[in-house]
Design a protein around this ligand. Structure first.
Ligand SMILES: *[C@@H]1O[C@H](CO)[C@@H](O)[C@H](O)[C@H]1NC(C)=O
Ligand SMILES: *[C@@H]1O[C@H](CO)[C@@H](O)[C@H](O)[C@H]1NC(C)=O
Length: 137
């Protein structure tokens, strides 16, 4: 029972770790340009320590997008994640400036973010993948 309670609380904690990604400069991104990818981490109750994030982009074909969980496409960033509170009321986030590949197919694309973090005193390793939709112009 103790184990079950522990797992349940870890799972509940994990839900509270979910980051989200958005493209503050709009869904339209130009191939070959620099764009800001903003990764926000909600405040969590228990301590968690960031490992890293990887940011990728993959074009969709005929409106069909592969799940970001199975492929990040072209990796645009892979490294440390240090979200910080910047605005008076906001959640901690980090802006990543990445360069959209010049040869990326026009149309809908998926920006995927893989986020790894260590949760709680036991340092439970947690990995999640979130995404945002972009339009390559
Ligand atoms: C992150 O990017 C957004 C959109 O460009 C901008 O409004 C905000 O000030 C940036 N934050 C930081 C800390 O640079
Ligand atoms: C993007 O994330 C949403 C919400 O988790 C999910 O429903 C959707 O399948 C994801 N899309 C891709 C292409 O991974």
């Amino acid at each position: 029972m103790k184990t079950f309670a522990l797992l349940t609380s870890l799972a509940a904690t994990a839900l509270a770790q979910n980051v989200f990604v958005n493209l503050p400069e709009g869904p339209n991104i130009a191939a070959g340009s620099d764009v800001i990818v903003q990764v926000t981490r909600p405040n969590s109750l228990t301590g968690s320590r960031e490992i890293a994030v990887a940011i990728g982009i993959q074009p969709c074909y005929n409106g069909r997008c592969l799940p970001a969980e199975s492929t990040l496409g072209t990796v645009l960033y892979n490294g440390p994640y240090t979200p910080q509170i910047h605005e008076w009321s906001g959640l901690p986030y980090e802006n990543f400036t990445v360069t959209v590949p010049t040869d990326l197919a026009k149309g809908t694309a998926i920006v995927g973010v893989a986020h790894a973090t260590l949760i709680g005193a036991a340092n439970w390793a947690f990995l999640e993948v979130v995404n945002a939709t972009a339009t390559v112009v």
